[in-house]
Design a protein around this ligand. Structure first.
Ligand SMILES: *Cc1c(COP(=O)(O)O)cnc(C)c1O
Length: 454
């Protein structure tokens, strides 16, 4: 029996394909609808926003999609990422469970986001795109796309949620370091931003608002620029499966196979990237896995949201997507997990949740930081506030194993480090963190304005 702590894959063993869950789903997810006609949206409806190669990936049902060589070359900078066995944490919890985690904090920007930023920049470059607009919450996505744009010589302009732009300046400087432009959102650059600032000059912004601004800027560029999204869409989730494809090979080294897979869920991409390849094995007749998405109590799309067609943005410009949503008009309260403050959810994960192929848990931010600090003390890695939700979910699962005397294998995604988020830890240590609250009346109000779909 091995007593290894770290399971590495050699560069020359790195997977050369992404895994496409569309090939193995028991039924396809409901199609996106055109926001005007409410008829299924076709590839042409998305052409003003995305390069055709990414649109075709969105609808492809091929099981494996080859990772282009230039993308693999850049992945090599940090991939394959390590798989760890949390031996000290297991001992500390005194659990018979085995806890493994895949660590995505080794990427250039410290999270899983470059896994999709790099191929998105590549496929845009292939189609001659010169500039990409995008949005970012706390800055993880903006800095990752800035890095990727720099790799392929594409201009990147980012709309960053204003409260983060003001309170978390370091990721903005990181975007600048990679040559990108970063604006606070709402901004004076777009009509939608101007309208919101006129109504309330202190509007703190939200992901839904920033998405609207980035789309408006893209549409007004007259075809010069495209738009890019860092989560939620199928091609984004698929790019993230490089992580799960690696994890399958690394778990083979351990001699164990996951009974439980845990990840935090904002738009769903990091959990999907780790678990889709394993779920694919299950759907093709393999072992059943308990898949758990962990979300914030204050923005609980799975556990409190409605499974309905909704817009992805606040200005209601995006196609309608059937997803677990709190309503595109819902403004999630400020908390320290900026990456999890989104009203909607991936349509793939929403579909899987609806089919009973995964479940979800909502946690408050204090208990998540408590779990994150416990983890840091045992494992020496400080998780991003978002990732603390996954740490909490994994510790909960391990303690449940302890109370039942079960020796299950738990695998979770440690999707990023918290080195840019130490102010959040400072607030936790100073007891200044407010407890997350779920604002039911605000959600109900937002759900009233869901688009009407026959
Ligand atoms: C963006 C982000 C998330 C949330 O996005 P998903 O698409 O759900 O993965 C979670 N953790 C970190 C560190 C992030 O940067």
């Amino acid at each position: 029996m091995s007593d290894s702590v770290k399971y590495l894959l050699e560069e020359n063993k790195a997977p050369k394909f992404w895994y496409n869950i569309n090939a193995d789903l028991p039924s396809p997810p409901p199609p996106p609808l055109h926001p005007g006609t409410k008829q299924p949206a076709g590839p042409d409806d998305f052409a003003p926003l995305f390069p055709m190669s990414l649109i075709m990936q969105e609808v492809s049902t091929e099981r494996e999609i080859e990772i282009p060589e230039p993308v693999r070359e850049i992945y090599k900078q940090w991939r394959p990422s390590p798989l760890y066995r949390a031996r000290r944490l297991e001992k500390y919890l005194d659990t018979p469970a085995k806890i493994y985690y895949k660590y995505e904090g080794v990427s250039p920007t410290g999270s899983h986001k470059p896994n999709t930023a790099v191929p998105q920049a590549f496929f845009n470059k292939e189609e001659g795109v010169k500039k990409i607009y995008t949005e970012t919450g706390a800055g993880q996505w903006g800095s990752s796309l800035a890095f990727a744009g720099q790799m392929f010589g594409i201009d990147i302009e980012v709309f960053m949620v204003k409260v983060s732009f003001d309170q978390k300046p370091y990721r903005k400087f990181m975007m600048q370091s990679f040559g990108a432009k970063c604006n606070p959102s709402p901004s004076e650059i777009t009509d939608f931003g101007k309208k919101l600032i006129n109504e309330d000059s202190n509007n703190p912004g939200s992901l839904g608002i920033a998405i609207s601004e980035a789309i408006e800027a893209t549409v007004k560029s007259g075809g010069v620029a495209k738009y890019s999204l860092g989560s939620v869409l199928g091609h984004v989730l698929m790019h993230q499966t490089i992580n799960g494809n690696e994890a399958i090979l690394q778990m083979e080294q351990t001699g164990d196979y996951p009974d439980i897979i845990v990840g935090c869920t904002g738009g769903g991409s990091n959990l999907s990237g780790l678990m889709f390849p394993f779920l694919g094995q299950q759907l093709r007749g393999g072992k059943k896995i308990d898949i758990i998405g962990c979300e914030p109590l204050s923005c609980p799309s799975f556990t409190k949201g409605k499974y309905a067609y909704d817009h992805g943005d606040m200005a209601m410009m995006t196609p309608l997507i059937k997803m677990h949503t709190l309503g595109s008009a819902f403004l999630p309260p400020a908390n320290h997990s900026g990456g999890l403050r989104y009203h909607g959810m991936s349509y793939h994960l929403s579909h899987l949740y609806n089919l009973g192929l995964m479940r979800a848990k909502a946690y408050g931010q204090k208990e998540c930081f408590e779990a994150g600090v416990t983890f840091s003390k045992q494992e020496g890695i400080i998780p991003a506030p978002e990732a603390n939700h996954a740490v909490k979910g994994a510790i909960d699962a391990a303690l449940e194993c302890k109370s039942k005397g079960e020796s299950k294998t738990i695998l979770f995604n440690l999707c990023g480090h918290g080195h840019f988020d130490m102010q959040a830890y400072a607030d936790y240590f100073d007891n200044k963190l407010s407890e997350d609250v779920y604002n039911e009346s605000e959600v109900n109000k937002a759900l009233e304005s869901l688009p009407k779909v026959a």
